[in-house]
Design a binder for this molecule. Structure first.
Ligand code: ATP
Ligand code: MG
Length: 146
Protein backbone atom coordinates (compact mmCIF):
# COMPACT_ATOMS: atom_id res chain seq x y z
CA UNK A 1 0.00 0.00 0.00
CA UNK A 2 1.55 3.31 -1.17
CA UNK A 3 -0.39 6.16 0.33
CA UNK A 4 -0.17 9.44 2.19
CA UNK A 5 -2.57 9.90 5.10
CA UNK A 6 -2.98 12.76 7.55
CA UNK A 7 -4.50 11.65 10.84
CA UNK A 8 -6.14 14.15 13.22
CA UNK A 9 -6.33 12.04 16.38
CA UNK A 10 -4.73 9.04 18.03
CA UNK A 11 -7.83 7.04 17.11
CA UNK A 12 -7.37 7.82 13.42
CA UNK A 13 -3.69 6.88 13.66
CA UNK A 14 -4.67 3.59 15.32
CA UNK A 15 -7.03 2.84 12.43
CA UNK A 16 -4.24 3.58 9.95
CA UNK A 17 -1.90 1.19 11.78
CA UNK A 18 -4.61 -1.47 11.67
CA UNK A 19 -5.21 -1.06 7.92
CA UNK A 20 -1.47 -0.97 7.23
CA UNK A 21 -0.91 -4.17 9.18
CA UNK A 22 -3.72 -5.89 7.28
CA UNK A 23 -2.12 -4.84 3.98
CA UNK A 24 1.21 -6.55 4.69
CA UNK A 25 1.99 -9.71 2.72
CA UNK A 26 1.81 -12.74 5.00
CA UNK A 27 4.03 -14.94 2.90
CA UNK A 28 7.63 -13.84 3.10
CA UNK A 29 11.03 -15.54 2.93
CA UNK A 30 12.40 -13.40 5.73
CA UNK A 31 11.25 -11.02 8.41
CA UNK A 32 9.17 -7.99 7.41
CA UNK A 33 11.46 -5.02 8.04
CA UNK A 34 10.00 -1.53 8.36
CA UNK A 35 11.92 1.72 8.67
CA UNK A 36 10.01 4.40 10.59
CA UNK A 37 11.49 7.66 9.32
CA UNK A 38 10.77 11.07 10.82
CA UNK A 39 11.89 13.71 13.29
CA UNK A 40 11.67 13.70 17.08
CA UNK A 41 8.04 13.53 18.14
CA UNK A 42 6.69 12.69 14.69
CA UNK A 43 4.86 9.60 15.99
CA UNK A 44 7.17 6.62 15.37
CA UNK A 45 6.86 5.05 18.82
CA UNK A 46 3.13 5.74 18.91
CA UNK A 47 2.67 4.05 15.53
CA UNK A 48 4.57 1.03 16.86
CA UNK A 49 2.31 0.97 19.92
CA UNK A 50 -0.74 1.00 17.65
CA UNK A 51 0.63 -1.92 15.64
CA UNK A 52 1.41 -3.75 18.90
CA UNK A 53 -2.19 -3.36 20.01
CA UNK A 54 -3.46 -4.76 16.70
CA UNK A 55 -1.09 -7.73 17.11
CA UNK A 56 -2.67 -8.57 20.45
CA UNK A 57 0.26 -7.48 22.60
CA UNK A 58 -1.06 -6.56 26.02
CA UNK A 59 2.13 -5.54 27.76
CA UNK A 60 3.12 -1.88 27.56
CA UNK A 61 5.25 -1.03 24.55
CA UNK A 62 7.64 1.68 25.67
CA UNK A 63 10.33 3.45 23.72
CA UNK A 64 13.44 1.23 23.53
CA UNK A 65 15.81 4.20 23.28
CA UNK A 66 18.08 2.97 26.06
CA UNK A 67 17.79 -0.77 25.49
CA UNK A 68 17.83 -0.38 21.67
CA UNK A 69 15.73 -3.48 21.00
CA UNK A 70 12.60 -5.07 22.47
CA UNK A 71 10.84 -8.30 21.51
CA UNK A 72 7.15 -9.04 22.07
CA UNK A 73 5.19 -12.25 21.51
CA UNK A 74 1.93 -11.63 19.66
CA UNK A 75 -1.31 -13.52 19.12
CA UNK A 76 -1.24 -12.80 15.37
CA UNK A 77 -1.42 -15.89 13.11
CA UNK A 78 1.52 -14.83 10.93
CA UNK A 79 3.56 -12.15 12.73
CA UNK A 80 4.37 -14.16 15.82
CA UNK A 81 6.88 -11.65 17.16
CA UNK A 82 7.15 -7.87 17.06
CA UNK A 83 10.66 -6.47 17.34
CA UNK A 84 10.87 -2.78 18.14
CA UNK A 85 14.27 -1.19 17.57
CA UNK A 86 15.23 2.40 18.34
CA UNK A 87 18.49 3.18 16.56
CA UNK A 88 18.56 6.80 17.79
CA UNK A 89 21.68 6.22 19.88
CA UNK A 90 23.44 3.96 17.37
CA UNK A 91 26.16 5.13 15.05
CA UNK A 92 26.28 2.18 12.68
CA UNK A 93 24.58 -1.06 11.75
CA UNK A 94 27.45 -3.01 13.28
CA UNK A 95 25.99 -2.29 16.69
CA UNK A 96 22.77 -4.03 15.64
CA UNK A 97 24.68 -7.04 14.36
CA UNK A 98 25.91 -7.58 17.90
CA UNK A 99 22.23 -7.85 18.91
CA UNK A 100 21.75 -10.84 16.54
CA UNK A 101 19.90 -8.74 13.98
CA UNK A 102 20.63 -11.26 11.24
CA UNK A 103 18.97 -14.09 13.17
CA UNK A 104 15.90 -11.90 13.60
CA UNK A 105 15.85 -11.19 9.84
CA UNK A 106 16.03 -14.92 9.04
CA UNK A 107 12.65 -15.59 10.66
CA UNK A 108 9.70 -14.81 8.31
CA UNK A 109 7.36 -14.59 11.30
CA UNK A 110 9.16 -11.56 12.71
CA UNK A 111 7.83 -8.04 12.13
CA UNK A 112 10.69 -5.60 12.77
CA UNK A 113 9.93 -1.88 13.24
CA UNK A 114 12.97 0.40 13.38
CA UNK A 115 13.00 4.02 14.54
CA UNK A 116 15.87 6.14 13.18
CA UNK A 117 16.65 3.58 10.44
CA UNK A 118 19.05 5.99 8.72
CA UNK A 119 21.52 5.32 11.57
CA UNK A 120 21.81 1.65 10.62
CA UNK A 121 21.19 1.88 6.87
CA UNK A 122 24.20 -0.29 5.91
CA UNK A 123 22.56 -3.39 7.32
CA UNK A 124 18.98 -2.77 6.18
CA UNK A 125 17.91 -4.50 2.99
CA UNK A 126 17.45 -1.90 0.27
CA UNK A 127 13.84 -2.97 -0.31
CA UNK A 128 12.70 -2.60 3.32
CA UNK A 129 9.29 -1.03 3.82
CA UNK A 130 9.34 2.67 4.65
CA UNK A 131 6.95 4.84 6.61
CA UNK A 132 7.69 8.57 6.71
CA UNK A 133 6.16 10.23 9.78
CA UNK A 134 5.71 13.98 9.99
CA UNK A 135 4.46 16.32 12.73
CA UNK A 136 1.66 18.57 11.40
CA UNK A 137 0.23 20.04 14.60
CA UNK A 138 -0.38 18.82 18.15
CA UNK A 139 -3.03 16.28 17.19
CA UNK A 140 -2.20 15.72 13.53
CA UNK A 141 0.46 13.62 11.87
CA UNK A 142 1.20 12.87 8.23
CA UNK A 143 2.19 9.32 7.30
CA UNK A 144 3.65 8.50 3.93
CA UNK A 145 3.64 4.76 3.41
CA UNK A 146 6.04 3.64 0.69
N1 ATP B 1 -0.56 9.95 15.36
C1 ATP B 1 -0.54 10.82 16.39
N2 ATP B 1 -1.55 11.66 16.60
C2 ATP B 1 -1.50 12.53 17.63
N3 ATP B 1 -0.49 12.63 18.51
C3 ATP B 1 0.53 11.80 18.36
C4 ATP B 1 0.56 10.85 17.29
N4 ATP B 1 1.72 10.17 17.37
C5 ATP B 1 2.37 10.67 18.45
N5 ATP B 1 1.67 11.64 19.03
C6 ATP B 1 2.13 12.39 20.21
O1 ATP B 1 3.40 12.97 19.92
C7 ATP B 1 4.32 12.74 20.99
C8 ATP B 1 5.57 12.06 20.49
O2 ATP B 1 5.21 10.86 19.86
P1 ATP B 1 6.23 9.65 19.68
O3 ATP B 1 6.93 9.37 20.96
O4 ATP B 1 5.46 8.55 19.06
O5 ATP B 1 7.31 10.24 18.66
P2 ATP B 1 8.63 9.57 18.07
O6 ATP B 1 8.62 9.82 16.61
O7 ATP B 1 8.75 8.17 18.52
O8 ATP B 1 9.78 10.45 18.72
P3 ATP B 1 11.30 10.06 19.01
O9 ATP B 1 12.07 10.37 17.77
O10 ATP B 1 11.67 10.98 20.14
O11 ATP B 1 11.40 8.63 19.39
C9 ATP B 1 3.56 11.95 22.04
O12 ATP B 1 3.17 12.84 23.05
C10 ATP B 1 2.36 11.40 21.35
O13 ATP B 1 1.24 11.29 22.17
MG1 MG C 1 10.26 7.13 19.52
Amino acid sequence: MKITVTTHSLEEAQKLAKDWLASLPQKTDEATIVGLYGNLGSGKTTFTQSVARELGINSAVTSPTFVIEKLYETTHPYFARLIHIDAYRLESGRELQTLNFEDLVDNPNNLILIEWPENVKEILPENHLKILCEFVDENSRKFEIL
